[in-house]
Unconditional design. Structure first.
Length: 153
C-alpha cells in the first residue's frame, strides 16, 4: 500500500501536502488503484496521475475519494480546502498551447470555459438535398409499413 514513487523535487509545499494526504486517504481505504477506479468515476490511470502529482485532480475526484474513504462533513471539507490551495499552487506544464493552460483545467467549470467557434453551416443546397433524402426514406418506410399491414391484415 505505502510503496509510492517519490514526489517530484521542487513541488510546492501545498501540492506536496495535499498529495501526501490523498495518498494516506487512499491507503486507508485498503483499495488498489484499479478498485478505487471501479468505485469512483475516475480510472486507475487518472488516480495514478493525481496521486503522483502529475496532474491536479478535479474537485469531484477529491469528493469521490473522501466518500469511498468514509469521510463526510468537516473531514471531507478539509480535503476540499487542501485541494483549493494545491490547485492554486500546482505547477503549470510547459506551454504546449498558446495559453499555456491544461487542456482540461479542473479549476474551471465547463460553463465558464470560453466557447469554441461554431462550425460553419452547410450550404443551403446541401441542406435541401439532405432533406429530400430524409423525406424519400420516410416515404419508403411508410410504404413498407402500409404494405405489411395490407399483406398481413
Amino acid at each position: 500500500m505505502g510503496s509510492w514513487q517519490p514526489l517530484p523535487d521542487g513541488l510546492p509545499s501545498e501540492v506536496r501536502h495535499f498529495v501526501e494526504q490523498m495518498r494516506q486517504l487512499k491507503d486507508g481505504t485498503g483499495l488498489s488503484l484499479a478498485a478505487l477506479g471501479a468505485r469512483t468515476a475516475y480510472s486507475k490511470s487518472s488516480w495514478q496521475r493525481y496521486l503522483n502529482a502529475v496532474q491536479p485532480p478535479p474537485r469531484q475526484a477529491v469528493a469521490a475519494l473522501c466518500r469511498v474513504a468514509g469521510l463526510a462533513g468537516a473531514d471531507a471539507e478539509r480535503h476540499v480546502v487542501r485541494w483549493e490551495l494545491a490547485v492554486e499552487a500546482w505547477p503549470r506544464p510547459a506551454p504546449a498551447n498558446p495559453a499555456g493552460e491544461y487542456e482540461d483545467d479542473p479549476t474551471v467549470p465547463w460553463w465558464d470555459r470560453p466557447e469554441e467557434e461554431p462550425a460553419p453551416l452547410p450550404a443551403p443546397r446541401a441542406v435541401g438535398r439532405l432533406l429530400l433524402y430524409a423525406v424519400l426514406i420516410l416515404l419508403a418506410l411508410l410504404a413498407t409499413a402500409v404494405g405489411g399491414a395490407v399483406a398481413f391484415g
